[in-house]
Design a protein. Structure first.
Lengths: 424, 290
């Protein structure tokens, strides 16, 4: 027997746009009329790819189109893609919340889906009652919950409040309790939507650790949707990349991530100046990887390069190139000063490649301020806030602190434990 | 693609998700697996309703008492409608008790998809668990009101000397209630399936329930209508024989024939079957239209 636990065949999901009203009634009647005559549903033939930015001609869109894949037992599979790519729809189909319009999914073993934490929590009921109710909604038997009850309460850290109605809980406590119930589910297949984006950093760490145990330690199959590349890197061995409802690639996480990062590079900013500029100036600037491939998104563990072309008709030996790296809050991260006389031999233009080491900038958005100047004497060319680029959260630990200010620079520190006699 | 699907058809799968259910894909086994959830929903419905109230479940008694008082005034004193030689208080109370049960079952099950959409949208469990839990949790409420009714019957027997029909035949109350529950459930899930797309039915429900009470012999006995054509009309109401049977069991008086009882039973079974049929069809994709 093969080890495939989920097999999806040509799943497609069609949605109707607009409101339900008399229009839907006439479509329903038309559909029924076709069915009575034994003909195919006329509205399945139409429909467009789900591209929200363009106004479509049809009332129907395909938010999933012909998705086929197989998942092996024990795999943890990440589902990534931009907003509206169909990730959540796919999860909904897999967790039987809604059925596909076309296609089938076959699965082995119990599927538990966690599209939200605290589904069915009743505000008036106590924490204890809600643990049982939520557990049962997620498919646990009562004995199972009873057995794990103490662990669940302990994991959530709400022992003191367990007999208080959950409407009195702080939102953090509420979420912790809700996640704790889900964390103790023991299905063969676990489907998780971005539920880790809740709770404080400490709890996120705990939650992620638990997820890791589930997928790695206990050999269960996990499907995980997230925008958080760091979490995906850490948890998933394979990834599905969706784009406008279509499956682009299904491969090992690192390959899919590369592809995803590539797809993020939609608008690469460049500075190109061909006009008749006098004096020393930048002719061309772009960001690239060390292979000179132009990019605007980089992984945390990747080297970043800036390619510059300078025109220096008024060269003098004191001329400097200054590059100031600024973060999203326009704080200065670092400044580079380089005297240009070592690079210039009287050419019309010179080309430089500036490399920033990997694992230096923390995940976030950055941009540049650049100038050519004669320090203290003359400023020749100044470009402010150019070439924005993104450091993606891949393999850094910072994704756990999303939304918090963790600074812009990653320090490769070392910590040694001092022996007692030395410390005293 | 087709080759692949042929191969996999030979493998054994625990779960197959398809666009559409077969006609009668009622998975009783799945509902049985979720029986704990059913019990917890019943508990939730009952417990949560009386949180932060002082009187708590006592409200279950106050409502029929006040309604009986109103009926007594309106139908008894003002309209002067007979109560089939039954003491008027137990008579009205019996009608109200059984009507309450039916109407609550019907209204609450008919809201199944809309009120539970937030849960249904996030997690799968057999959807039928919810309407079943409604019917069951209301049995608890019915039980409380029924005790009040029994107390009234005894009071009138011992204090006023009215005849008492307490006998093993009282056990017939159980099938009467099951019949009522099944009818409420059947009609309720039909409505709930229709409301997912067209909310018109929600509006319809609110006054159908109100009007339904007058079209059922709740505040008057069927015998009061004599042999007028209104009696034929009211007899078409499948609830009428059930209510009359309920009264017959309790007070020894009621107007029904084996034929009319059979009519109610057949009507109930058919509406339950149609309900299940539509419900299992709608539950797969209602999230897209609700």
């Amino acid at each position: 027997m093969s080890n495939i636990v989920i097999k999806a065949e040509n799943i497609s999901k069609q949605y109707r746009l607009g409101e339900v009203g008399t229009g839907t009634l006439s479509h329903d009647i038309n559909r029924l009329w076709h069915k009575i005559r034994g003909k195919e549903d006329p509205y399945l033939k139409i429909g467009e790819t789900n591209d929200r930015t363009k106004k479509g001609d049809s009332d129907y869109v395909w938010s999933l189109r012909d998705i086929s894949f197989e998942i092996q037992k024990g795999d943890s599979v990440g589902i990534i893609g931009k907003n509206g790519a169909g990730k959540s729809t796919l999860l909904k189909v897999l967790s039987r919340v809604t059925s596909p319009t076309i296609g089938t999914v076959k699965a082995r073993g119990r599927i538990a889906s966690l599209l939200e934490v605290g589904t069915g929590f009743h505000p008036e009921l106590s924490g204890r009652d809600n643990v049982f109710l939520n557990g049962a909604i997620l498919g646990m038997r009562k004995e199972e919950i009873k057995r794990k009850f103490d662990e669940i309460v302990d994991f959530a850290g709400v022992e003191k409040y367990i007999d208080t109605p959950v409407k009195r809980y702080s939102s953090g406590m509420y979420v912790r309790l809700a996640f704790a119930v889900a964390a103790y589910l023991e299905p063969e297949i676990l489907i998780v939507d971005e539920v880790l984006a809740v709770g404080d950093a400490e709890f996120q760490k705990k939650a992620l650790g638990k997820m890791n145990d589930v997928s790695k330690g206990e050999g269960r199959t996990v499907l995980f949707v997230s925008h958080n590349m760091g979490a995906i890197m850490q948890l998933c061995n394979n990834c599905l990349l969706l784009e406008n409802g279509k499956l682009v690639i299904y491969d090992s996480t690192s390959k899919v991530l590369d592809r995803y990062i590539e797809s993020q590079n939609t608008a690469i900013e460049k500075v190109m100046r061909n006009g008749p500029l006098e004096g020393n100036h930048f002719k061309f600037i772009t960001m690239s990887d060390p292979d000179l491939k132009e990019r605007s998104s980089y992984r945390f563990d990747e080297m970043i390069s800036v390619r510059l072309q300078l025109s220096l008709p008024k060269f003098n030996n004191a001329l400097e190139l200054a590059m100031r790296l600024i973060d999203r809050q326009k704080r200065v991260v670092s400044t580079i000063h380089e005297k240009l006389d070592g690079y210039y031999n009287g050419e019309e233009t010179i080309d430089l490649l500036v490399n920033i080491p990997q694992e230096f900038l923390t995940p976030g958005i950055y941009s540049w301020v650049m100038c050519i100047n004669h320090p203290g004497v003359e400023l020749y060319d100044l470009l402010e806030d150019i070439l924005p680029f993104t450091i993606l959260e891949t393999g850094s630990d910072f994704f756990r602190y999303q939304g918090l200010d963790y600074g812009s620079v990653f320090v490769k520190y070392s910590i040694n434990k001092l022996l007692n006699e030395k410390a005293n | 693609m087709t080759q692949k699907s042929v191969q996999s058809a030979q493998q054994d799968w625990d779960l197959v998700i398809k666009p559409q259910n077969s006609l009668f894909d009622l998975n009783l086994k799945a509902i049985w697996e979720y029986r704990d959830l059913l019990v917890l929903f019943v508990r939730r419905d009952f417990v949560a309703q009386y949180k932060q109230t002082v009187l708590g479940p006592l409200w279950n008694l106050i409502q029929p008492i006040l309604t009986t008082a109103m009926f007594l005034l309106l139908f008894g004193k003002i309209a002067n409608i007979s109560t089939d030689n039954i003491d008027s208080i137990p008579f009205y109370l019996s009608g109200i008790t059984i009507w309450n049960y039916f109407s609550v079952c019907l209204t609450n099950t008919s809201n199944t998809f809309i009120t539970n959409a937030p849960i249904f949208g996030k997690v799968y469990f057999p959807r039928l668990v919810i309407p079943l839990s409604v019917v069951l949790s209301n049995i608890v409420r019915f039980g409380i009101q029924f005790l009040l009714l029994v107390a009234a019957v005894f009071y009138f027997h011992f204090v006023k000397g009215s005849p008492l029909y307490i006998a093993p035949s009282w056990l017939l109350v159980i099938p009467v209630i099951i019949l009522m529950a099944a009818l409420g459930l059947g009609l309720g899930i039909i409505i709930s399936s229709l409301t997912t797309k067209y909310r018109d039915f929600t509006i319809l429900m609110t006054f159908i329930i109100q009007l339904g009470m007058y079209a059922t012999p709740i505040a008057y006995p069927l015998s009061f209508l004599g042999n007028s054509r209104y009696k034929t009309l009211i007899s078409f109401n499948p609830l009428s024989p059930i209510v009359e049977l309920f009264r017959y069991v309790l007070f020894g008086k009621g107007t029904f024939t084996p034929g009319s009882i059979l009519y109610s039973i057949v009507f109930t079974i058919i509406s339950l079957l149609i309900g299940l049929l539509i419900f299992t069809k709608v539950e797969k994709s209602f999230m897209d239209t609700v």
